[in-house]
Design a protein around this ligand. Structure first.
Ligand code: FAD
Ligand code: SF4
Length: 496
């Protein structure tokens, strides 16, 4: 790299791809917020990489992408090779490039963060893969010999897809089961279109089918097909069933008219936005919320979203696009403690969302007809860290108030469950509903049943797309090890 190239970051500021103007977003535009770099912009932004010799970005990335190497390939316009390299560590790079909280991961660790602005890693990752696909690039499995082994994957979310992808690359037939009629898990039924266009998932399905992966959609394991049947028919099973147990907070009055759980709201609204049938029975993602959610008319109404994570941000930004009059996010800690991406908070703020930090909800206020009129909150200060190291929100006596609302959306998060169809086969769970996987006496991601593996939100609790991908990928390596076949890479192979 020449001296001029090394110092490109001095002349070339960090830039993100163009965004849909805020006036269109607030007027109801559901398109993906960020556009895509043109070839020259991608080269310029990639050229800002210092190639610092110690790529913190790669180590902070949960799948350990070979970031400096693919940035160099983009500068040389070698897009197919860059796409190969992206896929060598990450089965869903175009998705991660769009939805990873880069400010907390790769870009957050970029050396240029020291006042110059990180390299726009996620946007370049999206550019590489979208461009390669458009140019006809596809994963090349022509040298793969079929082994005759077959593995059932339960869950077509990021964890299941990543596992199936790696198995296909070593000649193991993967068959993915999902209760939904489309693949993607929360990528399809959860994350809104303004963060991830659903055409991206449809294209990935085509790619996966081209790799020989089969789907059995609209099939719920434990209801339509038993785990015993899967174990009889397949050599091993991978469980990537996600985390769908809703944390409702137990607020007094939460059964009032106008109080909505976040995920069914997002799922149903997503169906309407994408033109899918909202009345399908597969719209019931959470046990206990058996009724289909009817998305209320939010036009001109006061919406309060409780919770400050990714789901909360998706709810406030959806409410804005649905024409709500005023949208407020109430969060019990301070802004710095918000668990999601700072970029998403900034986008929400720009779209007109009001944030009330250090407000803990105490209950839902209602009128005589049991319709919501507001949320009673108490102000908090941050106390000592809890067992997980997060500072506890301590209520301040005498600081109660009411935030007026016509609609309240509860977005306190999700946790997994270990259903009876798993436990009766000896698959153990933890007290908080996570599937036990890995540990000293087992292969990584192997459950307490020797032929069953698990990963993603079902094992680690609700987290991120990229961590689910990492776990599905590495579980495939363990499955291959069990079967005694060629093992797909567990740790990344960097380019020379
Ligand atoms: P899932 O994506 O939940 O997939 C599990 C799949 O298993 C589902 O399709 C489900 O139908 C299927 N399944 C479950 N049980 C059965 C059964 N018995 N039979 C058949 N199929 C079954 N992460 C980010 O990195 N960035 C974001 O911006 C982001 N935004 C988010 C927004 C929302 C609203 C939510 C809820 C989450 C968000 N996340 C985000 C988190 C991310 O989506 C998840 O961590 C990730 O999808 C987990 O992947 P998974 O494969 O483990 O589970
Ligand atoms: Fe960054 Fe996510 Fe891509 Fe890793 S997968 S490089 S964390 S955007």
């Amino acid at each position: 790299m020449s001296r001029k190239q090394v110092f490109q970051f001095l002349e070339m500021p960090r830039e993100m791809p163009r965004r849909i103007p805020v006036e269109l977003r607030t007027a109801g535009d559901w398109g993906e917020l960020y556009g895509r770099f043109g070839a020259q912009e991608a080269r310029h932004q990639s050229g800002r990489c210092l190639d610092c010799g110690n790529p913190y970005c790669s180590w902070k990335c949960p799948v350990h992408n070979a970031i400096p190497q693919w940035l160099q390939l983009v500068q040389e316009n070698r897009i197919s090779e860059a796409a190969d390299l992206c896929h060598s560590t990450n089965p869903l790079p175009e998705v991660c490039g769009r939805v990873c909280p880069q400010d907390r991961l790769c870009e957050g660790s970029c050396t240029l963060n020291d006042g110059f602005g990180a390299v726009t890693i996620g946007a370049v990752e999206k550019y590489i893969v979208d461009t390669a696909f458009e140019q006809g690039w596809r994963p090349d499995l022509s040298a793969v010999e079929p082994t005759g082994y077959r593995v059932a994957v339960v869950g077509a979310g990021p964890a299941g897809i990543a596992c199936a992808d790696r198995l296909a690359r070593v000649g193991v037939q993967a068959v993915i089961y999902d209760r939904y009629e489309q693949i993607g898990g929360l990528l399809q039924f959860g994350i809104p279109t303004f963060k991830l266009d659903k055409a991206v998932i449809a294209r990935r399905r085509e790619v996966l089918e081209g790799m020989g992966i089969q789907f059995r959609l609209g099939v719920e394991v434990g209801r339509d097909v038993s785990m015993e049947q899967l174990l009889e028919e397949y050599d091993a099973v991978f469980l990537g069933t996600g985390a769908y147990r809703y944390t409702d907070g137990g607020l007094p009055g939460q059964d009032a008219e106008g109080v909505l759980p976040a995920l069914p709201f997002l799922v149903q609204n997503g169906r309407i936005v994408t033109g899918a049938d909202p009345a399908t029975t597969q719209s019931r993602p959470i046990a206990g919320w058996e009724d289909l959610i009817k998305v209320p008319d939010l036009a001109g109404r006061r919406v309060v979203v409780l919770g400050g994570g990714d789901t909360g941000m998706d709810c406030v930004r959806s409410a804005i696009r649905l024409g709500a009059g005023r949208v407020t996010c109430a969060y019990r800690r301070d802004e710095a403690s918000m668990p999601g991406s700072a970029r998403e908070v900034a986008n929400a703020r720009e779209e007109g969302v009001r944030f009330l930090f250090n407000r803990q909800p105490l209950g839902i206020e209602t009128d005589a007809q049991n319709r919501v009129t507001g949320v009673r909150v108490v102000e908090t200060r941050l106390g000592e860290p809890d067992a997980r190291g997060r500072r506890v929100a301590v209520p301040i006596e005498g600081s109660e108030s009411v935030i007026e609302a016509d609609v309240v959306i509860i977005a306190f998060g999700f946790s997994p469950t270990v259903p009876e169809w798993m436990t009766k086969l000896g698959i153990e769970g933890t007290s908080n509903g996570r599937i036990v996987a890995g540990g000293e006496e087992r292969l990584p991601y192997q459950t307490t049943h020797p032929r069953v593996f698990a990963g993603g939100d079902a094992v680690r609790g609700a987290d991120l797309v990229v961590t689910a991908v990492a776990e599905g990928r590495d579980a495939a390596a363990s499955i291959a090890e069990l079967l005694g076949t060629q093992t797909p890479v567990r740790t990344p192979q960097y380019a020379e």
